[in-house]
Design a protein around this ligand. Structure first.
Ligand SMILES: [Fe+2]
Length: 193
C-alpha cells in the first residue's frame, strides 16, 4: 500500500523556542494597544523593527521554511508585525491574512491555542468519522508554548478560542511578501516588484 496526502497545507513549528525573559514580557505587555474586533492589537504595526533579536529569530526560521522545506527560490521578506493581546474571556475572530504569502506567530505564554479551519471538506458529504486526524477533520487545534514560532500559508483561516485563564495572552504576528523577479521564464506572467 502507498498513501500520498496530495497538495497538503504545511504548517511549521520551531524546535528551539525564542527565550522570553520576564522583563521583555512586561515591556511588551505595557506597549500602547488598541481595540481589535474581539481582542487588542499594538498601535505599532512594525514592532519587529524595535526588537532586533526577535526579528533575526523570525527571519532565520522563515528562510528555513521557505528555502529548505518549500524550495521557494524567490526572496520572501517580512512586511508588517504586531502584538496581539487577549485578556480573560476574549478571543480572536476567524480570519486570514490578506496581501501576505506566509504568516508567522510567536507565543509569549505557555499553553496558548490557535485553531485552523479547513476551507474545502474532503468529500461533498458530512460523513461520520470514528476518529479524527488531519485528513478528515474540519478544524485543527494547536497548543503552543512560550517562545515557540509557527508559520502557515496566510490564506489559511484561523482563530484563537476564548482565553479562559486569568492572564493576558500575548502573541506577535507577522506577514510576508515576495520581491525581485518572479516567474522570470514565463513571458506572460513574469513580474518584477
Ligand atoms: Fe491571524
Amino acid at each position: 500500500m502507498s498513501l500520498t496526502p496530495l497538495f497538503s497545507t504545511l504548517t511549521y513549528k520551531s524546535d528551539k523556542p525564542f527565550e522570553i525573559g520576564d522583563d521583555l514580557f512586561k515591556e511588551i505587555k505595557s506597549l500602547p494597544n488598541t481595540k481589535n474586533l474581539t481582542n487588542k492589537i499594538s498601535e505599532d504595526l512594525n514592532v519587529l523593527n524595535q526588537y532586533e533579536s526577535l526579528k533575526k529569530y523570525c527571519e532565520k526560521h522563515l528562510n528555513y521554511y521557505c528555502k529548505d522545506i518549500l524550495k521557494i527560490n524567490n526572496e520572501i521578506f517580512i512586511t508588517s508585525s504586531w502584538f496581539n493581546y487577549t485578556d480573560k474571556n476574549e478571543s480572536h475572530h476567524t480570519h486570514n491574512h490578506p496581501n501576505s504569502i506566509i504568516s508567522g506567530v510567536i507565543y509569549f505564554n505557555n499553553n496558548s491555542k490557535i485553531c485552523f479551519v479547513r476551507k474545502d471538506e474532503p468529500f461533498c458529504l458530512n460523513l461520520d468519522y470514528f476518529e479524527y486526524n488531519t485528513l478528515n477533520s474540519s478544524t485543527h487545534n494547536m497548543v503552543l508554548n512560550k517562545g515557540e514560532l509557527i508559520f502557515f500559508p496566510s490564506k489559511l483561516n484561523h482563530y484563537v478560542p476564548v482565553n479562559d485563564i486569568n492572564e493576558t495572552r500575548i502573541s506577535l504576528s507577522f506577514n510576508t511578501f515576495v520581491k525581485g523577479k518572479i516567474n522570470e521564464n514565463n513571458i506572460i506572467s513574469r513580474l518584477e516588484i
